[in-house]
Design a protein around this ligand. Structure first.
Ligand SMILES: Nc1ncnc2c1ncn2[C@@H]1O[C@H](COP(=O)(O)OP(=O)(O)O)[C@@H](O)[C@H]1O
Ligand SMILES: [Mg+2]
Length: 248
């Protein structure tokens, strides 16, 4: 049985989908069979990032409605090698119940080592049905205190639901921190109040590659961060990367 991990956040636009693709790819590099489920109904973007938007026919809602076999809605990414995905439902009115979602994720986890669920931002129905299916959660925040405070709310809900959660800080830029002009990593961890799993630096190539469904070069700082996170998810202990190395 594979492990089901949900990627969540209080605010949208913090990088959940980008991280799901990057971490998924890094897990696949380590020999894991990876499936990413786009749970962001109506706002799915993983099909674009993973380069399957042209070939997708079925989506998550089709699986729930019995319009296709569960495995017909799975598409292999031609960009991120070793990663497969299920596109998001096109509209919000086709949201799966918590029970359906759990049954479906458990079914996929019998065939994949790692099932990642890209969850909608906030604490609505999409969040609860995705989290109700997961073995563990990753809370994503950017390094600003407003975003971190909303992440704390998500952390609280997860604690309530008995789901273990770890924190990922995305888009960190070291220069303003060095100058004392932005909250540092400790401020963010204290605000979210969840143990840190990893930090991903801000990397301008991501927007270009994501928008065009292009692969990332292996030497990018964000790719190094994704690889470290993947190793930690697999139980290895890896030191935090030296962000100063990438300070502009
Ligand atoms: N580490 C990063 N460095 C630079 N840009 C990033 C990074 N992570 C995400 N982005 C950009 O941030 C935007 C929002 O990311 P996305 O993954 O769609 O967020 P979410 O799924 O949380 O709404 C996208 O344009 C993406 O390319
Ligand atoms: Mg998203």
């Amino acid at each position: 049985m594979g492990i089901i991990t949900v990627l969540t956040s209080g605010k949208g636009g913090v990088g959940k989908s980008t991280l799901a693709a990057g971490i998924g790819c890094a897990l696949a590099e380590r020999g894991q069979k990876v499936l990413i489920i786009d749970g962001d109904a109506g706002m799915g973007s993983l099909d674009i990032i993973l380069g399957v938007s042209q070939k997708k026919v079925f989506d998550l809602a089709d699986v729930f409605e019995g319009k296709c076999e569960p495995f017909r809605a799975i598409y292999r990414s031609p960009v991120y090698r070793g990663v497969s995905m299920i596109p998001a439902a096109r509209t919000l009115d086709k949201l799966a119940s918590q029970r359906d979602m759990r049954r479906m994720c458990r079914g996929y986890a019998r065939h994949y080592d790692q099932v990642l669920i890209d969850c909608p931002a906030g604490i609505g129905l999409g969040f609860s049905s995705a989290c109700g299916s997961a073995d563990r959660a990753l809370i994503i925040t950017t390094p600003d205190l407003v975003c971190a405070r909303d992440g704390a709310m998500v952390g609280e809900m997860l604690r309530h639901g008995g789901i273990s959660a770890r924190l990922l800080i995305n888009r960190l830029r070291s220069t303003p921190i060095i100058r004392g002009k932005a909250p540092d990593v400790d401020d963010i961890i204290d605000t979210v109040n969840v143990r840190l799993l990893g930090i991903v630096p801000d990397d301008e190539v991501l927007a270009v590659s994501a928008a065009n469904g292009l692969p990332l070069a292996g030497n990018r700082p964000c790719v190094e961060a994704y690889r470290n996170i993947a190793k930690r998810l697999l139980g290895d202990s890896v030191p935090l990367m030296d962000l100063q190395k990438y300070a502009p």
